[in-house]
Ligand binder design. Sequence first.
Ligand code: FAD
Length: 383
Amino acid sequence: MHDKVDVLIIGSGASGAAVAWSLADTKMRILCLEQGDWVKPTDYPSNGRDWEARLFSDFAINPNRRARPTDYPINDANSPIKVVNFNGVGGSTIMYTAHFPRLHPSDFKVRTLDGVADDWPIDYATLEPFFAENDRMMGVSGLSGDPAYPPKTPPMPPLPLGKSGARFGKAMNELGWHWWPSDTTVATTDYEGRARCINLGHCTPGCAQGAKSSADITYWPHAIRAGVELRTRSRVREITVGPNGLATGAIVTRLRIAPFIVTLGSMSILRGTAKGLANEQKIDVDPRGLDALLAPTAPVLAPPIEAEELTVRGERRGTRAALLSCAMPFSQLDGPSVSVPIGLREGLPVGLQVIGRPHAEGTVLRVAAAAEGTAGGEAIDRP
Ligand SMILES: Cc1cc2nc3c(=O)[nH]c(=O)nc-3n(C[C@H](O)[C@H](O)[C@H](O)COP(=O)(O)OP(=O)(O)OC[C@H]3O[C@@H](n4cnc5c(N)ncnc54)[C@H](O)[C@@H]3O)c2cc1C
């Protein structure tokens, strides 16, 4: 596809979002290519009791560990610094910790004042209106009056210090050190359609409440309303350059959008509990990274109605317990599951279970509808 645009932005993170919004009223044709997806607030770990475990899987700060299809591996073997980021609309602001200090005026003059690095060619006063605009767009909470800065008024009052903050403050007072509660982008009042913080969980892996501001819920809605186009799952693999050495465009790889489905042929997998499932040797992927998991509904074909016992894998078991053994573990999970008849065997339906991620009822129903009856056999009548 050869689209012509006036402005091409690669990446929809903190900087891409702000640039898109700030150029939007020029009415130029602005396109932002983002390799990741929109993140739904309902997907954030703070919605579930497994939020700590998810910091080590689909919401890890390290892309190598997170390994979503929208991530890319980074070789940090010889680096003392391990990369942390997030690839999706809002970029790393999805995972940042909402600490939002401005540079100090002295930071612009480190060569003059401290004899290190270089002085900036601009100063704090030049940037001050942009700091203020960014504070307003992102929604900053803070305490006015910090003598280390020229006067500034954050749009929202500060977060409470908490026990550890008060303890640090006391310690620094004893040492005679200057300290001040830092500005944050955690809303302390309802702000621009976002609800204030209710301590829903750790801020880093995303805020389902929307109290932690991230570029997807601050800059992007305004930019898109003003006409900027944002294309997700579009990974730029090359920036093309003209004979004059200037960029002329980008070559994009569209990441797969179709649902990724794994069929588990082995029934032994179903013996695990929900927790054991991720650890089962037969699965080499974390099921939470999938759109849907397909599994048998029952370990055997439908038994005679009067049967009180069944043989499953050579073991005699009560009929009810045996029949429920495949579906029961999945009904304990946070996400939805549904069983549909995929065909008939000896006149009786054979079930397939479709298991989805939390709140993904729509996906589960769509996959189930597509799977229903696919194994053929006699016609299946809906009850
Ligand atoms: C865990 C964590 C905590 C942090 N805490 C703080 C904090 O408290 N305070 C603070 O000020 N900062 C913090 N940061 C840093 C802050 O989030 C980043 O500095 C900021 O987001 C960088 O903005 P950016 O636009 O340069 O990149 P990002 O926000 O990372 O956005 C880059 C975007 O570009 C996309 N992209 C990259 N390559 C391609 C490609 N080839 N094609 C298409 N799209 C592409 C990515 O998917 C991503 O969405 C934190 C970051 C992390 C990860």
